[in-house]
Every structure is written in structure tokens, then in C-alpha cells.
Design a protein around this ligand. Structure first.
Ligand SMILES: *[C@@H]1O[C@H](CO)[C@@H](O)[C@H](O)[C@H]1NC(C)=O
Length: 425
């Protein structure tokens, strides 16, 4: 259906209900995007995306249908002149009747910080460009979860593309392939323009699971296609890992893997937090899929068990900001701990509003809990600008029709600079 017509229908629904006299009309879900079949020869690099892979290194991932295509990346700092070559590895997976293409993972580096590189995959095809993140503040993260591949996803990605950012953070639910494996391929095609140019650091959601009892383990496609730097961060699972960039230590956790006390993930998290040097990385950010602080009726209470196990660890370590997805709406908390405002707690932000096909989660618990400071069911994306070791500026941009509109913004002070860490140790 024509999106304008949908919007008009949304307007008339709201008018009919006689809702609050807001000047903003919440849009309806948009249709799935169409991906016209465009055959490529078998060694042509497709679905290119890049991710951080340890200090000064990046991992380049792409797919070919030819299993003899080499896993090499040629790169350099001027277009067409490749001064370095790196050799990687490849993998593939099968899933019921589907066989994936050859998925190449090649780590390049050491790379200069904050530098534009030109690269080519598998010795052929188009040249891509990526920019490495800066070594110092300021650094900007783009944040959006629960992306999918609809007209709203396209709108969110267009807005992220307009912003000047260094690293994309994704708190789970990427493709919404939901067992239909070729949708992982179309998702790879959809995000390539952005994900080939800036590192995309992701964690997994329920839509990545795709397990079939007795037949298929969970996360097969996700782990094969979105390899993250878990080995580089001392983890033995692609489902949780950490990385340092500029002065920020970022931890990605798994909401759907063991999180109880003394599980592998718990032990890894505890060890990882104990290694953080606040002089080097004054900020700590954590991402996972299922929010712990959520006053939307959707997915109410689903994060409680993980929170009971892991929130004390995050609090003791002075984690500054936590991002989650899952709930298709936006919500920001005050600094919070154990269900109550606490000046030394983390700010929790739910940002599962990338634009997937399931639509928005409109219903909120009333009255708004004391810890919840801003909540709105709209699609959009966030930008986190870490200005220096003490100040970060967070803004949330709603997809108001097709324009990004800054709807929520706040300065966040690092716990490191507010005396909280001394109090805790
Ligand atoms: C950090 O940035 C904030 C906001 O621009 C500024 O007020 C503050 O003085 C800066 N602090 C340092 C240590 O540079």
C-alpha cells in the first residue's frame, strides 16, 4: 500500500479515537522491502560488512557463491593503490534445504586510527571504503536495534547514513529472517552501504536464535555471518565479547545464553570488568537484547532473571550506560539500580525501534515508574557522542515520516568523574 495512504489512515484512526492533541501522528508498520534478483558471477563479493577485531585491526566479511574464491583483502590509504594484503578464512553452513554461500572473514591491520582505507575483497569487484575509529575522544556511536528489512528500516538506515558516526552498535535482532535463510542474504545486501564503511558491532536477539529442537542448534546463521571479536576479548563464545574504542570499553552480552551466577558468560563478564582500566577507558557501555528497565507492556519482566544475576556486577564496576532492544519503542531511564533511581547506577536505554515488520509497542504501564524519564513508541535511531572522559551527549532521533527529528537528548556524566567508583570500591 502507498505509505502516504497508510499515514492518512493512521491520522484518521487517531482522530476517530480522539486521542491526545499531539502534533505527531504515529505511523503504521511499513511493508517488507523488495530485493530484485540481480545475478552476480560466482566470485563477486557480496554482503560486505566490517567489524572491530582487536586493537588497530578490523575484520572484513563478505559472501561469494564460489567456494574457490580467495579470502584475501587488498587495502591501502589511496584509491586503487593497495599496499597491503591480508589472508583470511572462510566458512559456510547448511540449514534444512538451504546452503549458504561461502562466508569470508579476513582481519586486516595494523591500521592507522581515524583514517580512510580503500579495500577490495577476493581480488576483484568494486572498491569499498572504510574509516577506522579515532584513538581519542570525541567518538560517536550510532545505535539502533530490531532492524529488520522494511520501509521503516530503510528510513532508519538513511538517517544513520546522514549522521557523522564512527561505530554502529546494534543490541540484537538484525535480519528478522526467522528461519527463511535467504533473508539473511537480503539483509546483508541492505546494510552493505553502511556496514562496509563503518564497523558494525552487534549482539544477538531472539530473532537470531532460529533453533529447531533435535535438528538445529541456535544462532547458526548469526554466528557464521556476524563473527565478532570474541576470541580477541578472551571469550569462548561469539554470543558475548567486549572491545575498546577511543576511551570506551564496550561489552556485548547474550540475553539468550546462560547468565546465571557462575555460568560461563557470568564468569567471563566478571573477569572482563575486573580488567577495565578507567584511566585508559573512563566509560563502560553494555549492550544486550532484553531490557532490564522497561515500562512498556511488551516483554514485561522478561529481563528480570538476567538482571538479578548480573546487575550487581555492572553496578560494582560502575557501568555508565546500558542499551537494549526487543521492545519496539524508545525509553530512557534515570541512573538506576535495583529498581530505583541511584546517582551511581547506569542509564538504561531501550532502543528496539529500528523499523522491523512487527510494528511498534504502544502500550505503557501507568503511572510511569519513577526511574523512567522518557518513553515513546516510534521508530528511530540514537547517537551517542562521547565528548571527553567526563561528558557524553545522547540524542534520539525519531523517524517523523521520513525526516529524522531529534526528540530526546541529554548530557550524561561519566560515573568515573562523579566520584561513584571510589564509593563502590
Ligand atoms: C568535557 O566536555 C564538556 C562539554 O563540552 C565540557 O564542559 C568539559 O569542560 C569537558 N571536560 C574536559 C575535561 O575537557
Amino acid at each position: 500500500m502507498d505509505p502516504k495512504l497508510l499515514l492518512m489512515m493512521a491520522v484518521s484512526v487517531v482522530a476517530a479515537v480522539g486521542g491526545a492533541a499531539a502534533d505527531y501522528v504515529r505511523p503504521l508498520p511499513r511493508k517488507a522491502l523488495q530485493f530484485p534478483w540481480s545475478p552476480k558471477h560466482s566470485s563477486y563479493p557480496q554482503q560486505v560488512h566490517v567489524s572491530l577485531a582487536g586493537a588497530k585491526h578490523m575484520r572484513i566479511t563478505w559472501v561469494t557463491s564460489d567456494k574457490h574464491a580467495p579470502s584475501i583483502v587488498e587495502y591501502g590509504t589511496s584509491s586503487g593503490t593497495y599496499t597491503s594484503t591480508a589472508q583470511g578464512e572462510s566458512t559456510s553452513y547448511s540449514y534444512v534445504l538451504y546452503s549458504s554461500g561461502i562466508i569470508h572473514h579476513t582481519v586486516i591491520g595494523p591500521l592507522e586510527d581515524n583514517t580512510l582505507y580503500f579495500y577490495r575483497c577476493g581480488g576483484e569487484g568494486p572498491e569499498f571504503q572504510l574509516k577506522t575509529p579515532p584513538a581519542q575522544f570525541p567518538i560517536t556511536f550510532a545505535v539502533a536495534g530490531d532492524l529488520g528489512q522494511t520501509g521503516w528500516t530503510k528510513s532508519t538506515l538513511d538517517h544513520i547514513d546522514q549522521c557523522k558516526y564512527d561505530v554502529h552498535l546494534l543490541p540484537g535482532d538484525l535480519s528478522y529472517a526467522d528461519y527463511i535463510q535467504h533473508k539473511w542474504d537480503t539483509f546483508g545486501e541492505l546494510v552493505q552501504p553502511l556496514a562496509s564503511a563503518r564497523p558494525w558491532m552487534v549482539t544477538q536477539g531472539n530473532h537470531e536464535k532460529e533453533n529447531i529442537p533435535l535438528l538445529k542448534d541456535g544462532f547458526v546463521a548469526y554466528n557464521s555471518r556476524w563473527k565478532m571479536p570474541y576470541e580477541e576479548s578472551g571469550s569462548n563464545s561469539n554470543l558475548y565479547y567486549s572491545f575498546d574504542v577511543a576511551g570506551v570499553h564496550t561489552i556485548m552480552l547474550g540475553s539468550y545464553t546462560d547468565y546465571v551466577e557462575y555460568s560461563d558468560q557470568y564468569k567471563w563478564l566478571k573477569a572482563d570488568l575486573s580488567k577495565v582500566d578507567r584511566a585508559r577507558t573512563p566509560w563502560i557501555i553494555v549492550l544486550f537484547h532484553v531490557p532490564w528497565y522497561n515500562s512498556n507492556e511488551a516483554h514485561q519482566g522478561e529481563g528480570d532473571d538476567m538482571m538479578a544475576s548480573m546487575e550487581p556486577l555492572l553496578y560494582a564496576a560502575g557501568v555508565d550506560i546500558v542499551f537494549a532492544g526487543h521492545v519496539h519503542a524508545y525509553e530512557r531511564s534515570r541512573p538506576v539500580f535495583k529498581g530505583k533511581s541511584d546517582p551511581c547506577g547506569a542509564v538504561h536505554i531501550t532502543i528496539g525501534d529500528g523499523g522491523n515488520r512487527e510494528g511498534l509497542a504502544y502500550k505503557y504501564i501507568e503511572p510511569q515508574p519513577e526511574w523512567s524519564i522518557f518513553r515513546e513508541a516510534s521508530f528511530g535511531h540514537g547517537e551517542l557522542n562521547m565528548v571527553n572522559s567526563t561528558h557524553a551527549f545522547w540524542s534520539w532521533h525519531r523517524n517523523d515520516d521520513d525526516e529524522p527529528v531529534r526528540s530526546d537528548q541529554v548530557w550524561i556524566n561519566s560515573l568515573f568523574s562523579s566520584g561513584c567508583l571510589a564509593k563502590k570500591s
